[in-house]
Design a protein around this ligand. Structure first.
Ligand SMILES: *[C@@H]1O[C@H](CO)[C@@H](O)[C@H](O)[C@H]1NC(C)=O
Ligand SMILES: *[C@@H]1O[C@H](CO)[C@@H](O)[C@H](O)[C@H]1NC(C)=O
Ligand SMILES: *[C@@H]1O[C@H](CO)[C@@H](O)[C@H](O)[C@H]1NC(C)=O
Ligand SMILES: *[C@@H]1O[C@H](CO)[C@@H](O)[C@H](O)[C@H]1NC(C)=O
Ligand SMILES: *[C@@H]1O[C@H](CO)[C@@H](O)[C@H](O)[C@H]1NC(C)=O
Ligand SMILES: *[C@@H]1O[C@H](CO)[C@@H](O)[C@H](O)[C@H]1NC(C)=O
Length: 476
């Protein structure tokens, strides 16, 4: 309270002194009234003038649950057993640099990559990158009672990668079971039955959404465990269930400071683009009639299109990938093995406008990160019936007026900071990166649940429901 200051400043004037006393008295009674009407605490707390309304972390505190190391650190120490899929098994190099992966020495590629903030980042290390960003988050607390959300820093994707191809469901499901069994015993769980807990996955949500106990079905059933249903999960691709949220795949660009972003945006803005469009991906010979097959055929048949065949060229080399996207106006982004692709984000990073064929590839996924109005930053060519689909992509793209293309590209360039994960060792001041936006999104979601509980409603309503229409087509 300011009373002593007022008194000392005015002590040689009786009128002012009385006036000060009067003001102090009024202020104090106002304070009492305010305090009593807002608190249910005992009267003796009134003398602690400790209400701090200027706490910039208010409503943003996160408690990192101190889970056993077998759910995270152990996996890094045993990275030689982790796999990227069915190809090379060794994930160890990708765990370097806080999960960013091996640094790309760009003395030889300075025209393509510009600054020294590039890494050979593997998508599955998002769990490690996110955890490291979380560790340097400005509003962490060790007092879980103060926390708005509880982060569970388990590397569930790295973990399940050891068992996805194991033909034994008990083995596939076991570490998920262990994790929830550990979590529910903690006092933090009991507060909101886990509804303020969230997880991160560098794998798509479907890897944890096995619906039947049958070896013919893919994945673990982690997200269908009752405890897990009470938690929210951020993943590179969401599922049809409301408690899985999509956030961007990591790209290879990890700015340390604002200036890295500005420099990159400026380079990309002035790029000469030789090709109208490009497709990077591997053909799927077994899916002759797939949209991917049709796209590859069109691309191969047009001198305006650059096709990068990932079955023969190294598409996980950021230098190769960036070179193509920087040189193209549009990139084609059909669904791959799942709805989404990392390539969407590599394309945006290079200022290359994405062309989508299915709403589940981006529009119904990255709602926190992408503009609501998809026409601002992308082109949509729906494919409802693959067999009958015969749109000439080149013609569609050529019909877009030049000024619209430039406006779209500018939106794409503005998206860059929002879809990259900044280096945990630096700090962006003027930008919210993909991590910041994801965290805001999840805090808001949890606050809404808390509000429901406050109002006496059942927080489970709608929380983990399946949304059958999430990935269906709409024309508008
Ligand atoms: C209020 O909280 C902010 C942020 O935590 C802190 O910087 C500031 O010193 C606090 N002010 C007082 C009067 O306690
Ligand atoms: C850059 O190119 C030179 C000459 O081709 C080569 O000797 C050197 O190893 C390259 N550096 C990197 C980091 O790839
Ligand atoms: C939480 O506790 C740990 C270990 O005592 C300490 O290192 C860390 O700084 C604390 N974090 C916060 C946000 O107070
Ligand atoms: C699956 O693995 C568990 C645990 O190792 C084992 O007890 C069980 O016998 C296995 N089941 C089959 C069908 O092999
Ligand atoms: C999940 O949350 C509900 C309340 O919404 C609670 O009744 C239930 O016990 C919780 N489940 C677990 C496994 O904690
Ligand atoms: C969406 O964006 C496009 C392109 O900027 C614009 O023409 C259109 O009016 C916008 N639609 C809405 C509903 O704002």
């Amino acid at each position: 309270m300011e009373n002593p200051a007022i008194i000392s400043r005015t002590s040689n004037n009786h009128h002012q002194l009385w006036f000060a006393f009067l003001i102090s008295f009024l202020l104090f009674s106002l304070f009492l009234r305010f305090h009593y009407s807002n608190n249910f605490q005992s009267p003796n707390t009134v003398i602690t003038f400790s209400i701090n309304n200027t706490d910039s972390c208010h409503g943003r505190y996160v408690f990192i649950q101190n889970i056993p190391s077998r759910f995270n650190q152990f996996l890094l120490q045993n990275c030689q057993f982790l796999t990227r899929g069915t190809d090379q098994p060794n994930m160890c190099p990708y765990m370097n640099n806080m999960g960013l992966g091996p640094e790309i020495k760009n003395e030889n590629f300075s025209d393509i990559l510009l600054t020294n903030t590039w890494y050979a980042t593997n998508q599955f290390s998002l769990e490690v990158i996110f955890h490291n960003r979380m560790k340097s988050y400005e509003c962490l607390t060790n007092d879980s009672a103060l926390a708005s959300a509880v982060f569970v820093p388990s590397y569930i994707g790295l973990d399940i990668s050891r068992f996805l191809w194991v033909a034994n469901l008990t083995v596939r499901d076991s570490s998920g079971f262990e994790l929830v069994r550990w979590l529910v015993e903690k006092p933090e769980w009991k507060r909101m039955w886990g509804r303020d807990h969230f997880l991160i996955s560098g794998r798509i949500s479907w890897d944890f959404r096995r619906q039947f106990d049958d070896l013919a079905y893919w994945g673990s059933k982690f997200r269908f465990l009752p405890e897990s249903m009470n938690m929210s999960m951020l993943a590179v691709e969401g599922s049809s269930w409301n408690n899985d949220y999509a956030i961007p795949y990591p790209t290879s660009f990890h700015p340390l400071f604002d200036n890295d972003v500005y420099q990159w945006q400026s380079k990309i803005r002035h790029q000469k683009r030789q090709f109208l469009f490009t497709f990077t991906g591997a053909p799927r010979p077994e899916l002759e009639d797939s949209i991917r097959g049709k796209i590859i055929k069109q691309c191969r048949g047009s001198s305006s299109c650059k096709f990068i065949d990932c079955s023969s060229e190294k598409c996980d080399d950021p230098v190769n990938v960036m070179k193509v996207f920087e040189n193209s106006v549009f990139s084609l982004q059909p669904s791959g093995d799942s709805y989404t692709r990392r390539s969407i984000f590599d394309s945006i990073l290079a200022g290359c406008i994405p062309v989508f064929f299915h709403p589940g590839t981006a529009y119904s996924q990255y709602k926190w990160h992408f503009p609501k109005n998809r026409s601002e930053y992308s082109v949509y060519i729906p494919v409802k019936d693959v067999k009958e689909w015969n749109v000439d992509i080149r013609k569609v793209l050529l019909k877009i007026p030049e000024n619209e293309v430039i406006a779209m590209r500018e939106e794409v360039i503005k998206l860059i900071p929002k879809i990259v994960y900044a280096d945990p060792r630096g700090k962006l001041d003027n930008f919210d990166d993909a991590f910041d936006i994801a965290l805001k999104g999840i805090l808001e979601r949890i606050e809404n649940v808390r509000e429901e509980i406050r109002k006496g409603r059942d927080p489970s309503i709608g929380f983990a429901d399946e949304d059958h229409y999430k990935y269906t087509f709409s024309d508008n």
